[in-house]
Design a protein around this ligand. Structure first.
Ligand code: SAM
Ligand code: SF4
Ligand code: SF4
Length: 360
């Protein structure tokens, strides 16, 4: 089979992607690179029942790993307070993540509290292990969208990647349950590591074609400082697209909104959509409108930050909503992060926050 390289769309120059400054109504928050704050990702637990080798390698996240104590976690009322302030600053999408968010007790209650904010889309990213049981309750509580991580359909490869001997069949059942509950379209995230699951790309595309679910192939990233990242393990999105196109012809689709991280493609025969997330080979910092709240209430303005801003201390110290709002505004206004654009100069320097603690 010949592989042809497909050039990626350049979301930085595409006409449907105006600069954040044009996007933001006057009075809205803008950072030093004219990016507004539109998305808030909240990690609601730093624990996980998987040990994906690229995220929480067992050698580091072993039996003695010092996970956060319950009292360190933001409680639901604290999360809601912070989310409301962000919504007032322009956030239109909140994503719950982790760790594995479905491990957090009473997550349905948190979802119904956040759904009450109004005008904000509520999404969740999960490894899918508990989804078959929980999909309906999550939907009933007010969840709008779900993303399920699934790195291979081959049971042996999947079990090796999650390093918890978890079977792929249960995750597939979870995806079906989410679709049946109306959490559509389900997005399916696959992180690709060259030596591990490059062979999973075409089978995943083929499996979900025609089902309404949207697979998204994610370049393996150098998040945190424990996963031993190497550039030669990254499979560039252009290569992913070429592999798929050789068997299932595809064409590009415009993005839904400025700042969307996945570049969208569709099958030429109408079989549905797929996406690629090219965080390594094509940085999207210029349109990055995401803020991240860690499990213990620290605000991070970049996935690759080494320091967060302690909002929990502020709240537990008795700060008013006005003070909290002013603090968040000040942090966002001084934001200048663009790590992925300068990655090559810094990769491997370590000291960054772990993915499971601030979510993906
Ligand atoms: N446990 C949930 C899950 O796996 O979906 C939510 C948290 S997980 C940290 C969020 C997303 O980050 C997942 O889709 C995961 O595949 C992705 N991720 C984790 N480590 C990554 C890495 N080194 N490079 C790229 N994506 C990564
Ligand atoms: Fe857990 Fe998700 Fe990280 Fe895998 S990617 S170890 S499921 S938090
Ligand atoms: Fe956003 Fe930081 Fe990723 Fe750039 S590197 S896209 S600023 S999270």
């Amino acid at each position: 089979m010949t592989e042809r390289v497909i050039p990626l769309l350049d979301h930085r120059t595409r006409s449907r992607a105006p600069a954040a400054a044009e996007e933001a109504p006057s009075g809205r928050l803008s950072d030093t690179r004219n990016r507004s704050v539109r998305d808030l990702r909240i990690s609601i637990t730093d624990r996980c029942n998987f040990r994906c080798t690229y995220c929480m390698p067992r050698t580091v996240f072993g039996r003695d790993y010092p996970f956060l104590a319950r009292s360190d976690l933001l409680d639901f009322e604290e999360i809601l307070r912070i989310a409301r302030v962000f919504a007032a600053h322009g956030v239109r999408k909140i994503r719950l993540t982790g760790g594995e968010p479905l491990l957090r007790r009473d997550i349905e209650r948190l979802i119904s509290m956040l759904a009450g904010i109004g005008g904000v889309e509520l999404a969740l990213t999960t490894n899918g292990s508990l989804l078959a049981k929980k999909a309906r309750a999550l939907r009933d509580a007010g969840l709008d969208r779900i993303t399920v991580s699934l790195d291979s359909l081959d049971d042996d490869v999947f079990r090796a990647m999650n390093d918890a001997d978890y079977p792929v069949a249960h995750v597939l059942e979870g995806i079906e349950a989410a679709q049946a509950a109306g959490l559509v379209p389900v997005k399916v995230n696959a992180v690709i590591k060259r030596s591990v699951n490059r062979d999973a790309i075409v089978p995943i595309a083929r499996h979900f074609r025609g089902t309404g679910a949207i697979p998204r192939f994610i370049e393996y990233m150098d998040v945190g400082s424990t996963n031993g990242w190497r550039m030669d393990e990254v499979v560039p999105s252009a290569e992913v697209l070429a592999l798929i196109d050789a068997e299932l012809p595809i064409e590009p689709v415009g993005s839904d909104y400025p700042g969307e991280v996945a570049q969208r493609w569709r099958y030429r025969d109408g079989g549905g959509e797929l996406g690629v997330v090219s965080s390594v080979t094509r940085a999207f910092c210029a349109t990055c409108t995401r803020a991240r709240l860690s499990t213990d209430g620290k605000l991070y303005t970049c996935l690759f930050a080494s320091e967060g801003h302690d909002l929990r201390a502020l709240i537990r110290g008795g700060a008013s909503d006005a003070t909290l709002s002013a603090e968040i505004a000040g942090i966002w206004r001084s934001r200048g992060d663009h790590y992925s654009e300068i990655r090559s100069a810094q990769a491997g320097t370590g000291g960054r926050v772990e993915m499971s603690y601030i979510g993906g």
